[in-house]
Design a binder for this molecule. Structure first.
Ligand SMILES: Nc1ncnc2c1ncn2[C@@H]1O[C@H](COP(=O)(O)OP(=O)(O)OP(=O)(O)O)[C@@H](O)[C@H]1O
Length: 251
């Protein structure tokens, strides 16, 4: 179970991001307790990727506070970044490098010592040993996802940000990844924030759901709370209620 004394893994307050005339985030507030898995849900353009990019220090907010692992991300990002990582099926690794070469490049970038042992251990855990000498470009979607996850776990992150961790995977491979992520969180006590369009995945993995719409968090709660509040049997219907402006039954 998470340590009650740990600071929240993420705390954002009044987070606002404008791209010229487009307001991508419009005063977002949320907290992610350490050791939890939290989903960021919302339709296309809701602001999920912008939120994750700010948490990763890739974008600066127009306004607002961002604390990650107890540190001010805007001032202390070089202290925080080594303690976190990110994986997305939409970010490809260099195609010509083998899986092992790619993981080695990242291990060097992260300044890891003992990286050979770490890569070997991750390759065994993620069933990548037969792929280590294969060029990354020729891998299947499921294999690429496992390699991207290995890359994201190289530095043993305390906070793992995931963008659609099982997008375009067959149900069996997707289930394998979800089981792995659940075990990883329980074993290490890490925090996971994931953006997903897969409601079954969110119901299974997440303690809390943050529902985003037009750059705001418009509702949040445990999957069970949200189902009860909207009087629905599954999160997909809750998602549709929110997307179509149907109010929670309890309101
Ligand atoms: N670099 C940018 N320049 C201009 N507008 C941007 C930029 N990045 C994002 N936006 C806009 O900000 C809004 C939020 O985009 P964002 O990518 O965060 O949404 P999302 O929830 O991740 O959507 P999706 O589910 O489609 O990935 C959208 O209106 C988008 O067009």
């Amino acid at each position: 179970m998470p340590e009650p004394t740990l600071p929240p893994a993420i705390r954002v307050q009044g987070l606002t991001k404008r791209f010229g005339g487009v307001t991508a985030l419009d005063g977002v507030d949320f907290t992610v307790p350490a050791g939890h898995t939290v989903a960021l849900l919302g339709g296309n353009g809701a602001g999920k990727t912008t939120t994750i990019s700010i948490l990763l220090g890739l974008l600066l907010p127009t306004a607002g506070k961002v604390e990650v692992l107890g540190q001010d991300m805007l001032r202390e990002r070089y202290r925080v970044l080594p303690r976190m990582n990110f994986s997305s099926p939409y970010v490809d690794l260099p195609h010509r490098l083998t899986v092992e070469e790619n993981l080695t490049v990242y291990a060097h970038l992260y300044g890891l010592t003992g990286h050979k042992r770490r890569i070997r251990a991750l390759a065994e855990e993620l069933d990548l040993v037969p792929l280590l000498n294969r060029p990354s470009g020729g891998l299947s979607a499921g294999q690429k996802t496992r390699v991207a996850l290995a890359k994201a776990l190289l530095n043993e992150p305390e906070l793992l940000l995931l963008d659609e961790p099982t997008a375009s995977l067959d149900p069996d491979t997707a289930d394998w990844i979800r089981t792995y992520l659940e075990r990883f969180r329980v074993r290490t006590g890490a925090t996971i924030l994931l953006a997903s369009h897969n409601m079954a995945e969110v119901e299974r993995l997440c303690h809390t759901v943050l529902m985003m719409k037009k750059g705001r968090v418009v509702d949040q709660g445990t999957p069970t709370d949200l189902l009860a509040r909207y009087g629905r049997g599954n999160l997909e219907d809750v998602f549709l209620d929110i997307a179509r402006d149907r109010r929670a039954a309890a309101e």
